[in-house]
Design a binder for this molecule. Structure first.
Ligand SMILES: [Fe+2]
Length: 444
């Protein structure tokens, strides 16, 4: 199978999988080529300003009204939706988890999502959910769309093939895929089980952050985002479509594949992005900027500079700052931070936070480098150092993240996590401004 992609972020694309299937000069001809039906999928209100107005025109074998029938409610018990505030009994604190083991049972992308946190409110289209993704089975005759938000998929182990209405996207560790709200798709395994993370965004779509004085280049560059070319499935056998809507799951039987879009044009599209193409900007002499400098995509909240979600990465980079504490500093933050590690080692926590693991530092809870990281950063010679082979990420939201029962009960929840800061003891001696004292090293 060949996969084709078109470069650019938010472009007005056009593509067809059969010659002449895409109408030229108009959206809605009296009769479409090949007897296709024309359908508009809107990702924004019709009257949204041009900069945020998103829609695509789909030319398909059947209209979407034929891809649904009478729904029945089904249970997908581990996929939770905000508001979801449960009395899980865990007291307030920083939290960290080992990777969730791959299960033996057959789990698809839909049944294999395990919600860790929810934030905001799906009914007012604000906030997000952070999920663990455990996929051991391909969707064959099952199709899905999410009316509650777009899905940002972050594989950590193994590759996935998304077959969406607008085309096919393959992603593996180090890449992300974003599937828009309302877009039908199925997910297939490429070569064995897959683990990863998913951010479900109930609010305004992810977009590229402003660059300010950085200028026209660096960070995530638009041409590195890839949107698939048109591809469709001709299948006239029994299939099921499941819809997630305001936290409910609803399934119906249909006699064909809903992935029947032969041609399309527009700017409301799925896409993939290779996180290794992110061009980081950072400290060149001393100190370091806020971690917002590593924002790949931001989902605005309507209040300037206050994101519904920022998707931030900590990629390979050189550390060159002089006379500076190079890891992230100790901090407290109004935003709530859910972190994961795709591969390698994270510089503020060299142990305990492993690939596939997670941490949660909620609104106004203190955190920062652990004791070994503090000692290493305080006393190592500040030569240029390259952090190699590492990729951590953060889903950061303005809303407090509420833990699910699943997250609170995970065996991999590290009970001793807060102890990683033990040993960060008082060094202060009012008689000795110079620290450590000449000839001594702190802690020895
Ligand atoms: Fe933080």
């Amino acid at each position: 199978m060949t996969l084709g992609y078109m470069p650019g972020f938010g472009n007005d694309f056009e593509t067809e999988a059969a010659p002449g299937a895409l109408p030229q000069g108009q959206n809605s001809p009296q009769r479409c080529a090949y007897g296709l039906y024309a359908e508009q999928l809107s990702g924004s209100p019709f009257t949204a300003p041009r900069g945020t107005n998103e829609r695509s025109w789909l030319y398909r074998i059947r209209p979407s009204v034929r891809h649904t029938s009478r729904f029945r409610r089904v249970e997908v018990p581990f996929w939770k939706t905000a508001p979801h505030i449960v009395d899980h009994g865990l007291p307030l604190g920083p939290l960290r988890w080992d990777p969730v083991p791959m299960p033996n049972e057959a789990l698809t992308f839909v049944t294999g999502l395990r919600t860790m946190t929810t934030a905001g409110d799906v009914y007012t289209q604000v906030g997000m959910a952070a999920h663990v993704m455990l996929v051991t089975a391909s969707m064959v005759d099952d199709y899905f769309y999410n009316a509650d938000g777009e899905l940002m998929v972050v594989p950590q182990s193994g590759e996935l093939l998304f077959f969406t209405e607008l085309g096919r996207i393959k992603v593996g560790p180090g890449e992300i895929a974003v599937i828009p709200r309302g877009m039908k798709f199925k997910v297939e395994l490429v070569d064995g089980p897959v683990r990863g993370y998913v951010c479900e965004n109930y609010g305004a779509k992810f977009t590229l952050p402003e660059r300010g004085p950085i200028g026209a280049n660096c960070l995530a560059n638009p041409r590195d985002f890839k949107t698939p070319v048109a591809a469709f499935e001709e299948k006239e056998t029994a299939c099921r479509l499941t819809v997630k809507w305001c936290g409910t799951f609803n399934t119906c039987e249909i006699g064909h594949s809903p992935l029947d879009v032969v041609a399309w044009h527009g700017n409301y599209t799925p896409y993939k992005y290779d996180l290794r193409t992110f061009s980081p900007v950072g400290a060149l002499l001393f100190d370091h900027p806020d971690p917002s400098i590593f924002t790949v995509l931001t989902a605005p909240s309507g209040e300037a500079g206050t994101a519904n979600i920022d998707f931030v990465i900590f990629p390979e980079r050189w550390m060159v700052a002089e006379h500076s504490f190079r890891p992230p500093w100790y901090h407290m933050n109004i935003m709530s931070e859910f972190m994961g590690l795709i591969y390698g080692q994270y510089d503020a926590k060299e142990t305990g936070f492993v690939p596939g693991g997670m941490s949660l530092h909620n609104c106004m809870l203190p955190h920062g480098p652990d004791k070994p990281a503090f000692d290493k950063a305080s006393f190592s010679e500040l030569k240029p150092v390259k952090l190699t082979g590492t990729m951590a990420f953060m889903f950061e939201t303005r809303f407090p993240q509420q833990l699910t029962e699943f997250a609170a009960r995970l065996p991999g929840l590290q009970d001793d996590y807060p102890e990683c800061w033990n040993g960060l003891d008082r060094n202060f001696d009012p008689a000795r401004p110079e620290w450590p004292a000449p000839g001594a090293r702190a802690g020895e």
